[in-house]
Design a protein around this ligand. Structure first.
Ligand SMILES: [Zn+2]
Ligand SMILES: [Zn+2]
Length: 108
């Protein structure tokens, strides 16, 4: 990979980082930090679930936490974690399902 290509790639990573709210912007400002961690270009961390290259970013839900997830596991977290809008809906359905079931058992 030549110099111009690397710069273009890092620019693209930084732009994607703005949308994703992750730390890929560091590729443009201090790439040596990520190179030292052995990270591949366009990734800013290792997924804490599967160990694949991913992005260090804020938890998708209303949880004051930052972690590192690959796109697959970040998506899964956004869907299933009870503190995210979608996950909350899922859990509400599950819990109200259990509640209705219990009500059915007691009053039928
Ligand atoms: Zn990133
Ligand atoms: Zn993962």
């Amino acid at each position: 990979m030549d110099e111009a290509e690397t710069i273009a790639l890092r620019r693209a990573a930084a732009l994607a980082a703005e949308r994703r709210h992750c730390y890929c912007g560091v590729w443009e400002t201090a790439p040596e930090k990520f190179v030292a961690l052995g990270l591949p270009e366009q990734f800013c961390g290792w997924c804490q679930v599967c160990g694949e290259p991913g992005h260090t970013r804020h938890h998708p839900g209303a949880v004051p936490a930052t972690g590192c997830w690959c796109d697959r596991h970040y998506g899964r977290l956004a869907r299933w974690h009870p503190a995210t809008p979608m996950g909350c809906l899922v859990w509400l359905c599950v819990l109200s399902g259990i509640g209705l079931g219990a009500w059915g058992v007691v009053f039928w």
